[in-house]
Design a protein around this ligand. Sequence first.
Ligand code: SF4
Length: 458
Amino acid sequence: MTAYVSAFDLFSIGIGPSSSHTVGPMKAALDFAERLRDHNLLDQVSRVTCDLYGSLGATGIGHGTPGAVVAGLRGLDPETCDPADVRTAWTGLEASPEVALSGTHRIAFRMDDIVFNPLVRLPAHPNAMKLTALDSGGATIATDTYYSIGGGFIRREGDATSDVAIADWAHPFATSAALMDICAESGLSIAEVAFDNELARHTADEVNDRLDRIWKAMSDCVDAGLRTEGVLPGGLKVKRRAALVSEHLATEDFWVGGGRRDTTIEWLQSFALAVNEENAGGGRVVTAPTNGAAGIVPAVLKYYMRFVPNANIEGVRAYLLTATAIGSLFKTNASISGAEAGCQGEVGPACAMAAAGLCAVLGGTPQQVENAAEIAMEHHLGLTCDPVGGLVQVPCIERNAIASSTAVTVARLALHGDGNHIVSLDTVIETMRQTGLDMSTKYKETSEGGLAVNVVEC
Ligand code: SF4
């Protein structure tokens, strides 16, 4: 199989707080409702149930999974819905226990029609869910098992097709070594290779328009986070900090030792905090390549636009395309799912994508870009996923801020070299995959270990 994943699959405009626990389940429920509609079965349905297994069952409530399921059954799409409708979709059933399946067919639906089975792990993937439609006599009309496999991608059991859209890519590659060969033989940059690949599905103008829409959504998300103060939902009482940090940076004097202190890294971190606070609040977010790690790619891109001289929209597109090519390698050769690989599989690839994108737009060669991605991933190996209270807040929000700084540091470090290095990107991706397999399930988005059990919630 070709390793290339389109930018428009890797960067999907959706909602917070989780690509695997919110966006994926919403897409699965939407798909289930649309299948009932397309097979003219809606009128026969009088009840729908949903079983959430493994990690979805363990941390689903904190990640907004039940609301996402109800919203999807109602026919709402993560890209176009009002995020507020999703946030209240499940809890609102208490007062009004019904849903309009696919937006049209009303059935009774109670909060406990969604069942949490955290101890049941289906073999195909830790994020599994089963949807069942029943008639008035209790007989099953349709039942489907879905896997939310990270980054908002879903797979329906029994589907022969890959979760990754197959197309006649101009430059198929399965490894970073093959990508380097393509660049060397063609003289193309990584971004140009990725652009050519997108032409398999879109015209050049469409590719540019869609990339610009992704950038706008990312930038809007940063701006929304920088404007919003208050406490995040979920009960941990985590205070939003992005607005306060940016206000501080904008209004305070930072003169030290006769010169003005460089605050660019603090601005960068405020951008990441902003995105992840919007995500934790269930706002409009671009999956990049997941929601938990959604702050890093936009923060570094905002940093580029704000602080790099002569930054422009062509650079934005090159950044996103370079990040896509690198993200593709992670998606197809390892995992971008915290439930499968731990946080090394979310924040690691996001940092690698951002470092690669920035290195490219700062003038890096393909080898330097590959080096930047490799360094970024190498220093996230082994990172566990242990969100406190099952919420994508602690450690996730700060972790994105720190990883954004790492991405900038790494891009600049790689530019000092000639691209030759000991550990290849392919090797570090395979190491991440193996480390994820060896990692205890306690540290894979179950909130059963690490910070999740050592931080006392009050
Ligand atoms: S700890 Fe990392 S992988 Fe886990 S939810 Fe937070 S950002 Fe995602």
